[in-house]
Design a binder for this molecule. Structure first.
Ligand code: HEC
Length: 188
C-alpha cells in the first residue's frame, strides 16, 4: 500500500494532512489580511483576555502596583522582600543581575560597569555607598520596577519574583547580607 502512494528513498509519498507538516504562520493577536479568522472579532486568531483577568501564576504583578509618583516611591519603603535569602534565590538573583544590571552597576555593584567605564554613562551610586546601604529594600524594588531618573524600568523584563531575587543578590554586594538557609532548591 505504501509503495502505491509513491513512498521510497527520501520521498515520503503522499502526505496525510499536509497542514500538519506545512503550517501557516498565524499571529496570535492579529490576522494575516489574506487569511482572516472568520469566527473571532476583527479576524484575530486568539481572543483578547477578558478585561481585568490575571493569568495563572501572575498574581504578584498586581500586588506591587504603586502609583508612579513621588508618593508611590515613598510608600514603597514599607515593602518587604517576601522571599527567603536562600542559596537558590541569591544564585538566581546573581544570574539575573549579571544579565541586566552589570553594564552600569558593574559585576560587584561598584558603579564601574562597561558603559560607565567607557565614559558613555554617568556612574550610578555604588552599592556599598551609605546612600544605597540605607535605602530600604522596598524603595529599591520600586526603582527597579519603575526605573529612576537615568535608570530604566525593569518591570516588563523581570517579574516581581525575579526582582526580589535580584535584590537578595544586591544585598550581598552591599556587604550587609546573610544568606540564611542552605536551601538550594526553588522555593517561594
Ligand atoms: C543604564 C544603566 C543602569 C542599569 C542597566 C541599571 N541601573 Fe540601577 N541605577 C542606575 C542609575 C544612573 C541610578 C541612580 C538613579 C538616581 O538616583 O538618579 C541607579 C540606581 C539604582 C538603585 C538605587 C535606587 C534608589 O531608589 O535610590 C538600585 C537599587 C539599582 N539601581 C538597582 C539596579 C538593578 C537591580 C538593575 C538591574 C535589574 C539596575 N539597577 C540596572 C543605572 C542603571
Amino acid at each position: 500500500m505504501l509503495s502505491s502512494c509513491g513512498a521510497g528513498g527520501e520521498d515520503p509519498g503522499n502526505e496525510y494532512a499536509p497542514n500538519m507538516y506545512v503550517s501557516f504562520a498565524y499571529e496570535p493577536m492579529t490576522q494575516l489580511a489574506d487569511k482572516p479568522n472568520t469566527i473571532n472579532p476583527m479576524g484575530m486568531n486568539m481572543r483578547l483576555p477578558v478585561k481585568n483577568t490575571i493569568a495563572r501564576g501572575q498574581m504578584d504583578y498586581t500586588t506591587y502596583n504603586l502609583p508612579k509618583t513621588t508618593e508611590g516611591y515613598e510608600a514603597s519603603a514599607s515593602l518587604k522582600n517576601p522571599l527567603p535569602a536562600s542559596v537558590y534565590n541569591v544564585a538566581e538573583g546573581k544570574r539575573l543581575y549579571n544579565i541586566n544590571c552589570t553594564p552600569c552597576h558593574g559585576e560587584l555593584g561598584k558603579a564601574d560597569g562597561t558603559i560607565v567605564a567607557a565614559g558613555k554613562f554617568p556612574p550610578p551610586p555604588s552599592y556599598d555607598s551609605d546612600r544605597i546601604k540605607t535605602t530600604p529594600e522596598g524603595k529599591m524594588f520600586y526603582s527597579v520596577k519603575y526605573g529612576k531618573n537615568l535608570m530604566g524600568a525593569y518591570g516588563t523584563v523581570l517579574s516581581p519574583h525575579q526582582i526580589w531575587q535580584v535584590l537578595h543578590y544586591v544585598n550581598t554586594l552591599k556587604g550587609n547580607a546573610t544568606v540564611a538557609s542552605a536551601d538550594t532548591t526553588a522555593k517561594k
